[in-house]
Design a protein around this ligand. Structure first.
Ligand code: SDX
Length: 434
């Protein structure tokens, strides 16, 4: 980061001593005011619950311009990556900073392929869950359990150990997600195969059985691969910040990623794709397009507690570029599968049309986000609603581990330890006569 000529001056209305704070510039986007010396100089903290105006770190991985609706992975626009790359190209890019050449791609794909199997004892962990457990509960457990298996790479200060942990996590997430799905069906797990692509392998582990092979459908494979690309990373969102804060204590990368999985599960975050589809299905069952107006009135009535799931975003105050690409993917897949008249897709398009014209949404800059259409296309592919967020976690693992690695590669990093504004009781004595 580059020191700006501009300084921030902080003065106090009571005539207290003013202080000067450095301002730093990034490559693009908002400058930052460096407040690291603020407490030492003033005895005061800044106050920013929800971190609406706080840069928690310096990063060169992903850039978002919320007003323009722009998303760059290592400088490349998301629409160009979705169009010209596959998911493992994007994994290599996020981890290494550049797109792979042919040799690098072949080597990286090979590394991932040869780490897709999980230790056989992971299946034993699975047996402990109820069959109807939510897949995200199972995935949180299985990913955390991985931290009990890799004693050959526990030194997180060693770049090689960090690299093999990244490879193992990216490679094994599809296997673990498919295991959770098969377990919920009462079917045996399907082992990965080394002759399939990353996404084709996942589809086969999801839908093949010992009695019947699964032929990977090219349109479905390409659509799912694009869904993985669109979900791969997203700056310092809640789950990525969780991984960074958890990883900053020096814990196992598998434990830190398990914390990210747990955070992503929430309906305000990655759980919104499941909630958005449930919202559409309920609306469809209760009158569909004819009832959209009534539903939107509920959404606008705060006391109802109803939100338009898949809409709104902390950063995007314009259309989420991923939502637009997801809508295109939706159209392609539905047409390819002969489902172009899918009532849920039509209902979603009508909800979007109304929302984008309604002053309530326009004033609050509420647009569809990545979760609004992703459920429809996953449902069309045959993925059950309860697995949508696990698919999100599968894809976001590379972003989490790239951000974790970036943090640990900086020898000056510190354990994260926010402070607070205390409004509880002042010191008092325990009553003698209790
Ligand atoms: C993801 O951070 C990331 O990058 C996340 C993510 C990623 O890739 O990692 O992009 C993935 O999590 C996408 C977001 C998925 N969540 C949802 O779709 C759930 C529904 N959306 C929201 O609950 C909400 O929009 C958030 C949580 C996404 C953002 O919330 P903010 O920034 O804290 O905004 P807010 O809740 O303060 O809302 C501002 C106003 C409020 O109204 P007023 O108080 O100003 O009158 O907008 C309203 C809210 O009531 N509002 C909504 C709404 N979202 C916000 N009203 C109806 N429906 C909605 N969806």
């Amino acid at each position: 980061m580059q020191l700006s000529d501009k300084k921030a001056m902080l003065s106090f209305s009571d005539g207290g001593e003013s202080i000067e704070l450095p301002v730093y510039k990034g490559t693009v986007g908002p400058d930052v005011i460096d407040i690291r010396k603020l407490y030492g100089q003033t005895g005061m903290f800044t106050y920013d619950p929800g971190f609406l105006a706080t840069a928690s770190c310096e990063s060169s991985i992903t850039y978002i311009d919320g007003d323009k609706g722009e998303l760059l992975y290592r400088g490349y626009p998301i629409d160009q990556l979705a169009e010209s790359c596959d998911f493992l190209d994007v994994c290599y890019l996020l981890l290494n900073g550049e797109l792979p050449n042919k040799e690098q791609k072949a080597d990286f794909d090979g590394q991932i392929t040869y780490h897709t199997m999980v230790h056989e004892q992971l299946h034993t962990f699975l047996r402990g869950f109820r069959r109807d457990a939510h897949p995200m509960a199972v995935l949180t457990g299985l990913v955390g359990a991985l931290s009990a298996f890799y004693h050959d790479s526990t030194d997180i200060t060693n770049p090689e150990h960090r690299h093999i942990s990244a490879i193992r996590l990216i490679a094994k997430m599809p296997t673990l997600v498919a295991m959770a799905y098969k377990y919920s069906l009462g079917q045996p797990s399907i082992y990965p195969r080394n002759d399939l692509t990353y996404t084709g392998n996942f589809l086969r582990m999801m839908f093949a059985t010992p009695c019947e092979e699964y032929e990977v459908n090219d349109v479905v494979e390409r659509a799912l691969d694009r869904i993985f690309i669109l979900h791969a990373d997203h700056e310092q969102n809640a789950s990525t910040s969780t991984v960074r804060l958890c990883g900053s204590s020096g814990t196992s990368p598998f434990a830190a990623i398990a914390a990210g999985v747990a955070c992503l599960w929430g309906p305000a975050h990655g759980g919104a794709n499941e909630a958005a589809l449930q919202m559409l299905e309920e609306l469809q069952a209760n009158g569909g397009v004819a009832k959209v107006g009534e539903f939107m009135n509920k959404v606008k009535d705060k006391s109802s507690g109803v939100r338009l799931m898949g809409f709104g975003h902390r950063v995007y105050k314009n259309y989420d570029p991923r939502a637009r690409l997801m809508q295109e993917t939706c159209k392609e897949v539905l047409e390819a599968l002969g489902l172009q008249n899918d009532p849920l897709f039509k209902l979603a398009m009508e909800l979007e049309r109304i929302a984008l014209e309604d002053p309530y949404f326009v004033e609050r800059k509420l647009y569809p986000n990545v979760d609004f259409y992703s459920g429809i296309v996953q449902r069309a592919i045959g993925i059950p609603t309860s697995l949508f967020t696990a698919i999100f976690a599968l894809a976001r693992t590379v972003g989490w581990i790239a951000q974790w690695n970036e943090m640990l590669s900086d020898s000056d990093y510190k354990i994260g330890r926010p402070r607070q504004l205390y409004t509880g009781s002042p010191s008092r004595d325990v009553p003698a006569n209790r």
